[in-house]
Design a protein around this ligand. Sequence first.
Ligand code: RIB
Ligand code: CA
Length: 313
Amino acid sequence: MRKIPIILDGDPGHDDAIAWVLAKGSPTLDILGVTAVCGNQTVEKTTYNAQRICTLIDLHVPTAKGRLRPLIAEPIIATTVHGESGLDGPALPEPDFALEDVDAVTLMARLITESKEPVTIVPTGPLTNVAALLLAYPELKSKIKQISLMGGGVQYGNWTPAAEFNILVDPEAADVVFSSGIPIIMAGLDVTEKAMIFPEDFERIRALGNHVAVIVADWLEFFYQFHRGLGYEGAPVHDAVAVAALLKPEIMEMRDLYVEVETSGDFCRGATVADFNNVLGKSPNAKVLMGIDRKAFVDLLVEAIATYGEEKA
Ligand code: RIB
Ligand code: CA
């Protein structure tokens, strides 16, 4: 089976962490490297969290810290959602490996250049690092197969009425990515809020009993507490959908649409605007995920988490 070479770029973040657990536990993905971006917390904290997650799941690949702040916007962090550390909740191991001595953009460029085949980038935070890569190394676009991202939403936002957090933190970066010409799979709120993990699923995961399963169940409990306060019946594990879309596209409903990012305006900055009626006559730039088979998604997650208890070959 040919593995898909990917780079994970995120702002862990509970759902980023679960997305990375899913990716590492799936035999069809070859994780070339991990980069951290400022978003849910400062890039120092998201980088430290990235190292702790990778230590927990035995993901020892080149890992680097991303840019200090968005391309132009002032940083926005989500302490209310993910806590002061960005990954509050269960105790995690201290990092057992060092970061690369280069920044995230340089590492991404190196990994893409060295890869024998085009690389898929999986951003699950603001698109700052990815945009910086495309601006600094435009010649590498031909070696990027696709970008499977969590971000946006063509119907509504979650940080403003119009904008989803990842896009709102760095709309200019998102505009660079969506206008890059690189094929995009967009896991926006339209699908991620249907990728709900319910408390009974937490217990199904905890019952797997391995050291990762217990931590994931604790992360879900923590993440759910914030969402419960908003009336959610479970935890919407947004970021894991960007990974699941690579593993089982058949469980998704998607539409090919032309999507553009609003970078100005008083009310709609950071909105991802989809041309459903093709009034602009432009070719689609994104596969926009609109639905998901939730049970199949949970089964996929459980299957991946179960691998952490298996004896290594
Ligand atoms: O809006 C949800 C997104 O914002 C997720 O990626 C979550 O981790 C936060 O970054
Ligand atoms: Ca994230």
